[in-house]
Design a protein around this ligand. Sequence first.
Ligand code: WTA
Length: 637
Amino acid sequence: MPKKQDKRELTEVFQSSDKIYAPSKKIIKEANVPDYEKTLKNAAKNPLKFWEEAAMDLTWFKPWEKTFDDKKKPFYKWFVGGKCNLAYNALDRHVGTEIENKLAIIFEDENGTEKKYTYKELYFEVNKLVNALRGYGVKKGDRVAIYMPNIPEISMAMLACAKIGAMHSVVYAGFSSQALADRINDARAKVIFTADGSFRRGKVIDLKSIVDEAIKQTKTIKRVIVVKNNKQPIKFNKKLDVWFDDFIKGQPTEAKAAKMDAEDPAFVLYTSGTTSKPKGIVHVHGGYPVGVLRTIKWVFDLKGDEVFWCTADPGWITGHSYIIYGPLLAGITTVQYEGMPDMPEPDRIWKVVEKYNVNVLYTAPTLIRAMMKYGAKWPQMHAMPSLRILGSVGEPINPEAWKWYHKYVGKGKCPVMDTWWQTETGMNMITPLPSAPLKAGSACKPFPGIIADVVDKKGKKVPVGKGGFLVIRNQWPSMIRTIFNNPERYIKTYWSEVKGVFFTGDVAFKDKDGYFWIQGRTDDVLKVAGHRIGTAEVESSFVSHPAVVEAGVIGVPDPVKGEVIKAFLILNAKAVASDELKIEIIKHVRHNLGPVAVIKEVEFVDKLPKTRSGKIMRRVLKAKELGLPLGDTSSLV
Ligand code: WTA
């Protein structure tokens, strides 16, 4: 829980730009939602009706009896009594329609290997996996861990779990064995999916050995299913390991989807919070796809035949909602690319867009800034006529990056959808639609049916232009249901900071036109290259090095990665400060947390600024580091 002294001062007055990028006549004419303001107004009149209509886009085995139930708030329920299945909606229902022969997945890896699956082919593969998993005893309610690269088999594994009603817990393959073990243990996962290795910048990352290391520290894993991805040798443990292809060999290509209650959990996805223990965010079979399908259709203006490329990794919520479930729920084609966007040359990303006629490109500011560094000549070499809509997610996009993206990638014709949302929200929450007037660097207004606001600690609206806490005033179908194994933490983190509203942990301000400008986190969560990581997690990893007794970690601005980590460390009496020791400690943390922890600098100090109760005041460290005013230091000892 963030404490008062750790929060950013909320008195700053921010600057916004009022230049409007008006939608073209053509865009308005073609848009699924041509009248932006009217649609917002209509949805605001009756959000429940709005979501009921959205839910009709899915297939229900049994219709719901009650749209929304807040009797046990904040454990809200949606579509109560309804029966459905997330994977059935993403896959099965398209089979037997004209969608079945359409490409569901286009895959390419860094070396240029290509694979394509139609909906029908994907359906068969998933069914084989469902049958194999069921044969192995995986059933409704079980948890299955997934630690894989961005390859078609990760989509298959996720869909197969959802079809059975087992919860998948995908762990980003840039996390370390320790982080993976912690997540397996919290979820008590029975089975894990992985691959021999993954391609990254021409190198092979050995994933299987990370899994081997992790499961030494767990008791629940009974099977390791390994995709032969790049044929590098692995240590094969006959008792535990099975090759993916052998696992599904000979299995029937038909399988029935489990009839799930709308409120049955579909998956858990761990994300960083303010303590060193990650939170298992739980999403459900009914509401989650309602929110994801409605947002992907409207924000990215889908007509039904798009090629959609979200460059995130399936290991994050962006990948869950907009690489896998969103595009498949909508029956369009999703692109999975395994590797770096600048390999072998900085225009690989634009080449992929052209090669597959990508219509929607959804990426992160950190990637846009990395491409800006290479120069506009690279996107200028590619006309990319198929592109219609651009998206951005994961961190605030600075106006310069927005304009560059709009001008050189979208050639001035493609609206940029800056989508603000979180693992907890499941879907885009504050975002323009293509028919909205845009401002570079603003996520625009809340999606229809969502009521967001900027308030002070007491929940009072702050004046226009003044920073405050970003909160959501109402509920929505794809919202987090609980924290796995920890309902108290769910209540405390999201529903106790400001009374009666969902606390996002972000700081924002609204301008005179009601546009939201997101400023970053108020708590101790960092966004390093768009990846969410907690300062407490990083600190506890530093302290696990024998030479370190105390650590204070802050995020410092980085022109490409958004934020990188700086650590202030107190060494134990025996340790001798040296550059070698710094390197050794950084290595230790990278090994401990995985490559997500990008550490820019380590500084050895004698003291750390603390409150009387002994809490490290990261705010003070940060202000000093950046040469900013210290703010309220009354609690500083
Ligand atoms: C940040 C990622 C500004 C924000 C989908 C949020 C953003 C956190 C934006 C959630 C955006 C995400 N503008 N900030 N468009 N999108 N964020 O859970 O701080 O990995 O709270 O979900 O990312 O990160 P998460």
